[in-house]
Design a protein. Structure first.
Length: 100
């Protein structure tokens, strides 16, 4: 069983990256809306609670390239978190198997 702290960290990271993707998608979808200001946010780390996405005040025009990069970074983060979860689960399984 993966520890609650590890699970919380991984799930909160996935949720925070989901917010990054949602923000980037909304910016791209609204880039042609008159006077639309690009939504922004920041990823922060909270001890024992994992990651969080904190919205920031809107600023400037939408830069589609920046939004695509944000989505690519989120994708890479998703992959890393999935690998971490898999590695933790496999390590725990191997540890339990060695006790049997």
């Amino acid at each position: 069983m993966i520890s609650p702290v590890a699970t919380t960290s991984l799930v909160s990271g996935l949720n925070a990256q989901t917010r990054v993707v949602e923000t980037a998608a909304a910016n791209i979808a609204n880039q042609s809306t008159p006077d639309y200001q690009a939504a922004r946010g920041s990823l922060v780390s909270r001890p024992l609670q994992g990651a969080a996405y904190v919205p920031l005040p809107p600023e400037g025009e939408v830069d589609p390239a920046q939004e695509i990069v944000s989505m690519m970074v989120a994708k890479t983060s998703f992959e890393a978190m999935a690998k971490a979860y898999s590695t933790i689960a496999e390590t725990e399984k191997n540890g339990l198997d060695s006790l049997a």
